[in-house]
Design a protein around this ligand. Sequence first.
Ligand code: GLP
Length: 243
Amino acid sequence: MKVYKVKDYQELSRKAANIIAAQVIMKPDCVLGLATGSSPVGTYDNLTAMYEKGDLDFSSVTTVNLDEYKGLDASNDQSYRYFMNTHLFNRVNIPMERTFVPDGTETDSEKACSAYNEILHSVGTVDLQLLGLGHDGHIGFNEPADYFPDETHCVDLTEVTIQANKRFFQSEADVPRQAYTMGIGTIMRAKMVLVVVSGADKADILNQVITGPVTPQVPASILQFHPNAVIIADEAALSKTDL
Ligand code: GLP
């Protein structure tokens, strides 16, 4: 794993956007794996600015998102489809039909997951997968578990995640208890993985991810074995890690 230490969230967002932009410029028809959460928002803002300046063209790009809450549809402002449309897809020239997010409206979990796996197989290997890091070490919605799930599956969100994500909802009761997420196997098969981590509240878990044992109890620790994983983290997030 390569770790880039940056000063703050602004620098993190610029650096991550530059790496993604380089990918799009070098391979205009690339497949980008995208993430939600507060960590990549600044990255998407920077990518949008590059597009507006005329420096970036998304017309041949395909995107696959990591996850979606089960039960939320695109019109729900807490759904990850809504998030992606708002923060990136509606702001750049990506063809909407080339953007994929698991279908939160499908109540049959097996159907939803196999449909998303089919999409993932048909778009091919992800060239660059962007990731945030959950407070319990989750990536996508791959929560701490006894094993590393390979492909898309339905997960029960942990209490830590429900608590962390309730800030976006009107009340804790509104936070969905389940989600569909891309598996760890799919993430590990991406040619490059780019993780963005910001803030002192992530310092403990980030230290475990970088220096701790590889264990499904800390799902992101598997990235130690990825041949091309890059972590961009700010000083606060790296405050507990000796580099
Ligand atoms: C959510 C998402 C993850 C994200 C994580 C961290 O649970 N499913 O993909 O990485 O939270 O979010 P944040 O960046 O807001 O800390």
